[in-house]
Design a binder for this molecule. Structure first.
Ligand code: SER
Length: 584
């Protein structure tokens, strides 16, 4: 079965069980300062897990593009991916454990026809925060999971939360037995010898963990499930790695044809990082030195490095992307529309990297020789940092270079320097998830509405073709990216600021309504990715000056906002400008 067939089967199954299908949200969260990328299907749904009414009802199913880069250095082995698709089904205060487990069991055994003896499940063992999940175990038994195939684990394995704070709860995970011999008599699903592969995770989300680590009950009991599409495709096709499935194979084959040196890990890294970069760029990401732009830069630069190792002409990037677009456009139609931008962005970044690569490699060679002369086998962290800061070398590139020369690098020291640097620019990636889940306070709400006002003001000042390209809100300020081909003049900035303040003074009403996407478009409502919205959407209107698709929250009247002030206007990336503003 091909990946797209698994996706379609999944959506159809859950539709038949009363779920409405919602499309994948973009990889780059809109109006969400909390995360770099969408890392799980639950993320775009957080407001609804917390109790807000979802326009599509209480049973939803979706396929969500996700990027997780915490294991970026593991990519190259037989399973790690940075981009993947997660299939999910959702109960927002609707069904709970029994129905959720029964549906999962039926989908796996009847729809995908996985023999029941290949399935094992794990449930929460219980602790002082939450009781042992006997109900989940009972439900599995009733559904048909075999005796001896149910395991109990603690929070490390059977509890799910995104980050440190937010909606969470015990989960139950499903494992597929690959048929590999057990590594020991104790081998069980928690073992990572490769015999058991996790295929699906159902989270019974009934708690909220606050920033002090305290749990409280949510207003409703939810179910959040996630099934990794690449992994399921690999297992059902009896392949050993996702790279052997149709999702990667055509590009892997092309790399093999083009390479002059045969390195399987490098081929996987190139194939994986190019696919991930392509998806990020497609959703509006651009390489830069901070936050998600930097993650993208790392992915591209690492892919380039490994193309060099394979001795493949870097101009082949466009051929490889062409193959991906052709093969994946049925699953991700947005790829075809954005092919030119994707290739142009990759080529530009590749060119930048090539320029610094030579200098950087010389600098690295010097540092390495110094170390060797002094009889050291470890390269200082500040060398790694300098290579990163001055030559744009992602640290893992330096680490790889060192390893090729039988040297180590002091990554701990690098991390320290890197963190200091990140904190200085106040863009620390690690803090990210926290901010957003908590970030719907009074002040953030004001900034949300001010964002819509600024969007409208820029249209007046710079023309109707000016659109939002990104936004980020913290308690201290708002940041707004938009397309514009020039640096705004002082006059333009002043005019935009005055307009926003004028609208605030007018104390315009902010109203919200639900409507069909079609009506929303007809009414001229503004939004960043129209194709990503479900059929029914929420539209916020401010007086007669702004109408936008948005999840909120917003103030009731613009007068609540205070005084709006533009602090800075600068370039964000090619053709995109960025305004930082505050309200006081
Ligand atoms: N949120 C859970 C996960 O990401 C289930 O979707 O695994």
């Amino acid at each position: 079965m091909k990946a797209i067939d698994i996706r379609n089967k999944y959506l159809r199954f859950f539709k038949e069980h009363g779920h409405n299908v919602i499309p994948s949200a973009p990889l780059i969260p809109e109006n969400d300062p909390s995360v770099l990328f969408t890392t799980a299907g639950m993320q775009p749904l957080v407001p609804y897990l917390l109790g807000q009414k979802h326009p599509e009802g209480t049973r939803l199913t979706d396929y969500q593009k996700c990027v997780r880069t915490n294991d970026i250095e593991e990519v190259g082995d037989n399973r790690h991916l940075t981009f993947f698709e997660m299939l999910g089904n959702w109960s927002l205060g609707d069904y709970f454990k029994e129905e959720s487990i029964q549906m999962s069991f039926d989908f796996l055994t009847k729809e995908l026809q996985i023999p029941v003896e290949k399935l094992s499940v794990t449930v929460f063992a219980g602790d002082e925060d939450c009781a042992r999940d006997e109900l989940a175990a009972e439900c599995w038994k009733k559904a048909g999971i075999l005796d001896g195939h149910i395991y109990y684990y603690g929070k490390d394995d059977n509890w799910w939360i995104a980050g440190e704070e937010g909606p969470c709860g015990p989960d139950t995970e499903m494992f597929y037995d690959t048929g590999k011999p057990a590594c020991s008599p104790d081998c069980q699903p928690s073992c990572d010898c490769g015999k058991y592969v996790e295929i699906w995770n159902n989270v019974f989300m009934e708690f909220f963990k606050d920033k002090d680590g305290k749990y409280s009950k949510l207003s409703q009991k939810n179910v959040d499930t996630g099934l990794g599409l690449e992994r399921m495709t690999m297992l059902l096709q009896g392949k050993k790695t996702p790279f052997d499935t149709e999702l990667f194979k055509p590009v892997m084959d092309k790399l093999q044809e083009l390479q002059k040196v045969d390195l399987i890990e490098s081929r996987r890294i190139v194939a994986e990082h190019l696919r991930s970069s392509m998806m990020i760029i497609c959703d509006g990401g651009r390489p830069s030195n901070v936050d998600r732009g930097y993650v993208l830069r790392r992915l591209i630069r690492r892919a380039v490095r490994h193309m060099n190792k394979l001795q493949i002409d870097l101009n082949e990037i466009s051929t490889l992307i062409g193959i991906y677009v052709e093969n994946l456009k049925e699953m991700y139609p947005e790829l075809a529309n954005n092919k030119e931008t994707i290739i142009a962005t990759l080529v530009e970044e590749k060119d930048k990297f090539v320029k610094t690569l030579n200098h950087g490699e010389k600098e690295f060679a010097k540092a390495m020789n110094n170390c060797k002369q002094q009889g050291q086998s470890k390269i200082d962290g500040n060398v790694v940092f300098k290579l990163y800061d001055t030559y744009g070398f992602p640290p893992e590139v330096t680490k790889e270079l060192a390893e090729e020369n039988n040297m180590e690098v002091d990554m701990q020291e690098f991390e320290k320097l890197f963190k200091e640097h990140q904190e200085k620019s106040r863009q620390g990636a690690t803090q990210k998830f926290k901010g957003g889940l908590a970030g719907n306070g009074e002040i953030e709400t004001k900034y949300h509405t001010a964002t819509h006002l600024l969007n409208a003001a820029l249209k007046v000042v710079l023309g109707n073709d000016t659109h939002q390209r990104g936004s980020n809100i913290t308690e201290e300020r708002m940041r707004f990216d938009f397309n514009c081909d020039h640096k705004m003049t002082d006059e333009e900035k002043q005019k935009a600021e005055d307009l926003v303040n004028e609208w605030i003074k007018q104390d315009l009403p902010v109203t919200v309504e639900e409507m069909s996407k079609e009506d929303a478009i007809k009414s001229g409502a503004e939004c960043m990715f129209i194709e990503k919205y479900p059929d029914t959407v929420t539209v916020y209107t401010i007086g007669d000056i702004s109408k936008e698709l948005c999840g909120g929250p917003h103030v009731k009247h613009t007068g609540e906002i205070g005084t709006f002030k533009i602090k800075k206007e600068e370039a964000s990336s090619a053709g995109i400008r960025r305004i930082k503003a505050i309200i006081c």
